[in-house]
Write a protein that binds this ligand. Structure first.
Ligand code: ITT
Length: 201
């Protein structure tokens, strides 16, 4: 089986590869193709955008494709930035621009109201064009300052109480065991394994 990771985000690719690498499937990425598309994310939900990205890449590569649409939902901000997490501070901004804006918006919000969750939806479009989706969630708190140099995105401001540290203070293995993406990937692994055994007949 050849499965294309339908993302242009290298940080996601690192985490996804780590959890799928032992499967008897060849994982292909943007680096394996010329002019790999970066589809416009016109959906208003993570599910819509994940399916949209997986479909676009499956069509372009003529292989099965797995897409990840993810975001951070902050309760004190009514669920923002949510599906707009990568563009929170504007188009073509850095991770730092986004979490700096988040800390600014959260200034003065008391600790017990700083609850948030990362959500990850993965869509797989198979070679027969059928689609399946899975989801993973990780509950945590938004900190008041930046710390840690692991991970990516909003990890330096996302505190995970069960391990008493931020995502930015976890190794790749630790983060994958508890994160939204790690949980979605566990479910995606099951879909892939089921598909592989069906293909083998
Ligand atoms: P692709 O669409 O090419 O996959 P993207 O970065 O644009 O890449 P999304 O539209 O799904 O992906 O945006 C997800 C954003 O949510 C991402 O850019 C981060 O800002 C944030 N995010 C997602 N997962 C995260 C994680 O594990 N840790 C920190 N931030 C995360």
């Amino acid at each position: 089986m050849q499965l294309v990771l339908a993302t242009n985000n290298r940080d996601k690719i690192r985490e996804i590869k780590h959890l799928l690498e032992d499967l008897p499937a060849t994982l292909l990425t943007a680096d394996d193709f010329l002019d790999f598309p970066d589809p416009e994310e016109t959906g208003i939900t993570l599910v819509e955008n994940a399916i949209l990205k997986a479909r676009a890449i499956a069509r372009f590569t003529e292989h099965a494709a797995l897409a990840d649409d993810s975001g951070l939902e902050v309760d004190a901000l009514g669920g923002a930035p949510g599906v707009y997490s990568s563009r929170y501070a504007g188009e073509h901004v850095t991770y730092k621009d986004n979490y700096t804006k988040l800390l600014r918006e959260m200034a003065g919000v008391p600790e017990q109201q700083r609850t948030a969750r990362f959500r990850c939806v993965m869509a797989i479009v198979w070679e027969d064009s059928s689609v399946e989706t899975v989801e993973g969630v990780a509950e945590g708190m938004i900190t008041t300052a930046v710390q840690g140099d692991q991970g990516f995105g909003y990890d330096p401001v996302f505190f995970y109480p069960p391990l008493n540290k931020r995502f930015s203070e976890m190794t790749l293995e630790e983060k994958n065991q508890v994160s939204h993406r790690g949980k979605a990937l566990q479910a995606a692994r099951e879909l892939i394994i089921r598909r592989l055994s069906r293909e083998r007949g």
